[in-house]
Design a protein around this ligand. Structure first.
Ligand code: ZN
Length: 308
């Protein structure tokens, strides 16, 4: 089996996880969680978003979190989602050094989500990139529904290519493929990952899988076999999407890290610390979490418990 020696995991629970919750942790609790995430060994963390606070009230304190966390180690990247240049301005004002744009590969989803066509979104990216570059802020782009969407079914590869090329045209080479609706399946993931890596070798890629239909772990394996090494995950499998009917959470961080640990693939992240964080998150949001490892424990711990 063709597998990488090490992979990067980005913890997206503070953003994708919490943005659909009814009970939102306080800013103090979020800052404590962020410190815990850094302490667990994560090098890439999605802290929040600079969307309009009326649209996503759960993320209204993202600026405050950046201000309170202050300086982090040089090798730790804290990123936030932005919708437009106002988002870049908020990043500048609060000390955020990495921002991420998003466009939907589904025309209908993009209209619902952002009130504009994918082409109109792409036209606006150039201003964001210019402003970010001038202010020393790194910028990346995400494509949601590159595999399939609830409204249009399988996404044509040509549509994905067109968006990738639009990103590259404005100077964005770090691109995330986000299966927000949880419709991707492993053979499709393998072929699209292989296709984009071969066609756009200058780009770097993130994969973002929701576990809506239980295929996220298999999709990660398929993506790794196609050479991908960067994956988003959320503590306790928290998450959803306000625009996708029946959407479930992201793949759970501890499930992914436990599996990679057992496979001998390095992440640099302490799964026991992640499990403790996820339990804490469960207390804060007040409901059960969609995480196998939280229920069953690590497979590694079974032998120890038998010899006690
Ligand atoms: Zn997501």
């Amino acid at each position: 089996m063709n597998l990488p020696e090490k992979v990067s995991i980005c913890e997206v629970g503070l953003r994708d996880g919490l943005q659909n919750e009814k009970v939102i942790p306080t800013t103090d609790d979020k800052v404590a969680l962020l410190k815990g995430i850094i302490d667990a060994g994560y090098k890439v963390i999605e802290v929040g978003s600079f969307m309009h606070p009326k649209k996503v009230p759960q993320m209204a304190d993202t600026d405050e979190i950046f201000k309170r966390i202050g300086e982090v180690p040089d090798d730790v990247e804290l990123r936030a989602l932005i919708p437009n240049t106002r988002g870049v301005q908020r990043a500048i004002d609060c000390g955020c050094k990495k921002v991420k744009l998003n466009v939907s590969a589904s025309r209908m989803h993009n209209l619902k989500n952002l009130n504009r066509t994918p082409e109109e979104s792409v036209a606006g990216f150039a201003d964001c990139v210019k402003m970010a570059n001038e202010n020393n802020i790194a910028i990346s782009g995400s494509i949601s529904m590159p595999f399939a969407s609830p409204w249009e079914g399988r996404t044509p590869v040509e549509d994905v290519d067109a968006i990738i090329e639009a990103y590259m045209k404005v100077g964005i080479n770090e691109i995330s493929l986000s299966d927000a609706s949880g419709q991707a399946v492993p053979n499709q993931v393998y072929s699209l990952c292989k296709h984009v890596r071969e066609k756009y070798p200058e780009a770097s890629w993130w994969l973002h899988f929701h576990n809506t239909r239980g295929a996220a772990m298999a999709n990660i394996l398929a993506a790794m076999q196609a050479g991908m090494t960067r994956f988003d995950a959320s503590f306790g499998g928290l998450g959803g999407c306000p625009f996708v009917p029946g959407a479930a959470g992201n793949i759970s961080s501890e499930d992914v890290i436990n599996m990679l640990d057992e496979m001998g693939i390095a992440t640099g992240i302490d799964v026991l610390k992640v499990m403790a964080l996820s339990r804490k998150v469960g207390e804060l949001v007040g409901h059960g979490l969609d995480s196998y490892v939280l229920r069953a424990g690590r497979s590694k711990d079974l032998i120890a418990s038998q010899t006690e």
